[in-house]
Design a protein around this ligand. Structure first.
Ligand code: ATP
Ligand code: MG
Length: 582
């Protein structure tokens, strides 16, 4: 391809709305263009990168025995009603009506469609197992679309769904997909980790995420320095009682505590609402404070409010709360609900005296003896609060976010905090969808049984963005070679110099003939501008035809390297071809 003909709108400035490096560089290098919030055009070079990711995925999925299909973007509400998700799925599901008033959504994921597909065509255990995948555009009306391709509203996903007659077959396919994903992300040239994950909205029991390690990653992970345990903090099991932040806590000796602890008393805390404010004002560490949160939740059966109590130094893990309550939605309560339940505005709430409310305490709350909590009275807190004495510990659960320094649940070594970008996710779904949608097959004895299912997703655009987050320098992107839009660019320093132009053209043609993906920078730009552009875009290697041509030489350089190497002009193309193949 001749760059004079290529649509390559590179920019010198970062786009104003870009926060992370991949968003900045993908826009500046002319790979993507914003059309609306979270919705992008893929320009010629961006499209090539996307196709490369897709082709790596496609090759490995085919090799693993999965079959490619293509399902629609527009999905009838009826299928989502069958699974029960039409109402459960939040506002991310873009619902709309056609001219006949029939309801539809834009598919954010395709369990419903594929389950209906299997129901129509797979009737016997003899047709199982089956793994169907697609590479297709999804739409999710994300609350906070940002970071360019990393969290878009419209994005390309590879989603695969497997169907099985028994758990053993699902286990085998899950393992097969896990290995396939490892091959895919290795082929993409990415450093990644497999972490334990929460199964979230999709349901099911076992799930793992593939995380590309990057400072800007949206996901917080805890990773054991000694063994292979890594988990999304959303899913990380907190260390068992007795260990917190890597050091043993004295086990609470309730007897002595109760006998010796003074009774509860009020203390005036004007305008001191947050843990930090109260802790500083009363000169007591956050470990000694009881944090009280009021949450709203909604599930199939009910919607209600709960009071959550945690140590002041801990954060609530909403995913754990959601799982504990078996809720579809959990949200911090509105101020009006807080007032109704506690009689006071947020900031001064506490569990003492809340007779009617359902109070759930994190399991470490009972390690506090003589703590501080809101008094359910404006500008007032309570001192000397003993959980179990001054309020009931009827329900306790592991509700806090696990933290760096806590002990690994497998080997006891301290966990480290790292950040990652979730590029892939594998789940064991079980019979959640097949049961709800009555998708069954006949087993060997002729009995109808629901399919046992697995599902496996990869974000295609997010994978490309993650590659940039891991591979860049001050000049621009350094694509892993497998994802680079082109492998080589031939740059005549001055296209108006007939000798340079002719030599560059000849090398370009030879590279093309040798099967390389190659660009010719035939623009009438200064050499500095051309080099800058190609460094920004991240083309894997370059051949500059410039001054050295008078000595029969051209300059070769890898994008990732600092120094030029002189190659004899006659052998240049063959040498470059050999290196690109190596
Ligand atoms: P996240 O927690 O990041 O929202 P998710 O758990 O909702 O992800 P899945 O439903 O498992 O994601 O989707 C499969 C894959 O699709 C993810 O691993 C991710 O790579 C990609 N993906 C999900 N949401 C987006 C998005 N908004 N933009 C780009 N890629 C996405
Ligand atoms: Mg999501």
């Amino acid at each position: 391809m001749r760059i004079s003909k290529l649509l390559l709108p590179t920019l010198r400035e970062d786009p104003a709305d870009a926060e992370v490096i991949s968003h900045k560089l993908l826009v500046r290098a002319g790979l993507i263009q914003k059309v609306a919030v979270g919705i992008f055009n893929y320009l010629p070079l961006g499209c090539r990168v996307i196709r490369k990711v897709e082709n790596i995925i496609r090759a490995e999925m085919n090799r693993a025995g999965a079959q490619e299909i293509l399902m629609p973007a527009v999905v009838p509400a009826e299928l989502w009603r069958e699974s029960g998700r039409w109402h459960k799925y939040g506002k991310e599901l873009l619902r709309f009506k056609d001219r006949k008033d029939a309801e539809y959504c834009l598919g954010p994921t395709h369990e419903e469609v594929v389950t209906a597909l299997a129901r129509a065509f797979v009737h016997s255990y003899k047709q199982l197992p089956l793994n169907l995948y697609q590479i297709q555009t999804k739409f999710r009306d994300e609350l906070r679309p940002r970071f360019g391709l990393m969290r878009g509203r419209e994005f390309i996903m590879k989603d695969a769904y497997s169907f099985h007659a028994d758990e053993a077959s699902l286990d085998a396919e899950y393992q097969n997909m896990r290995e396939t994903y490892c091959r895919i992300f290795e082929a993409c040239g990415l450093r990644y980790k497999i972490v334990e994950a929460d199964s979230g909205n999709i349901g099911g029991s076992v799930s793992q995420e593939f995380m590309v390690l990057a400072e800007n990653g949206e996901d917080a992970l805890l990773s054991c320095a000694q063994c292979s345990y890594s988990a999304n903090v959303e899913a990380a099991v907190s260390a068992p009682l007795g260990y917190a932040q890597g050091r043993p806590l004295d086990s609470p000796n309730k007897k002595t505590t109760l006998e010796t602890a003074p009774g509860v008393r009020e203390i005036s805390t004007p305008d001191k609402r947050t843990i930090e404010e109260v802790s500083a004002f009363l000169k007591t560490p956050p470990e000694n404070l009881l944090k009280t949160l009021i949450y709203y939740y909604k599930s199939n059966e009910r919607e209600d409010h709960v009071v959550i109590v945690l140590r002041g130094c801990d954060q609530l893990n909403e995913v754990k709360l959601k799982n504990y309550l078996q809720a579809d939605i959990v949200l911090p309560a509105e101020d009006s609900a807080v007032r109704e339940i506690t009689g006071v505005e947020p900031g001064f709430c506490g569990p003492v005296g809340l007779k009617k409310a359902r109070v759930i305490s994190d399991e470490l709350v009972k390690t506090i003896s003589g703590g501080v909590t809101g008094a359910n009275k404006k500008d007032t807190h309570l001192l000397n609060v003993v959980p179990g004495r001054d309020f009931e510990l009827k329900e306790t659960a592991d509700l806090r976010l696990a933290q760096a320094g806590e002990k690994c649940p497998h080997c006891g070594a301290p966990l480290e905090a790292v950040r990652g970008i979730e590029v892939g996710h594998i789940f064991k779904l079980g019979t959640k969808y097949s049961e709800a949608m009555q998708a069954t097959y006949l087993d060997q004895s002729g009995a109808a049984r629901p399919f046992i299912m697995g599902c496996y997703g990869i974000g295609v655009g997010r994978t490309a963005a993650a590659a940039v987050e891991q591979h860049f320098d001050a000049s621009g992107i350094i694509w892993p070679p497998a994802l680079a839009p082109y492998q080589c660019v031939v740059i005549p320093a001055n296209i108006r110099e007939p000798e340079q132009a002719a030599a560059a053209e000849k090398i370009y043609q030879e590279l093309l003939a040798g099967g390389a993906e190659v660009l010719l920078d035939d623009r009438e730009e200064r050499i500095g501008v051309k080099l800058k552009d190609m460094e920004l875009v991240g083309i894997t290697s370059r051949v500059v035809v410039g001054k050295a041509l008078s000595e029969g030489k051209v300059e070769f350089r890898w994008r990732a390297a600092k120094d030029n190497e002189l190659l004899p002009v006659a052998a240049a193309a063959q040498t470059v071809l050999a290196r690109l193949r190596a």
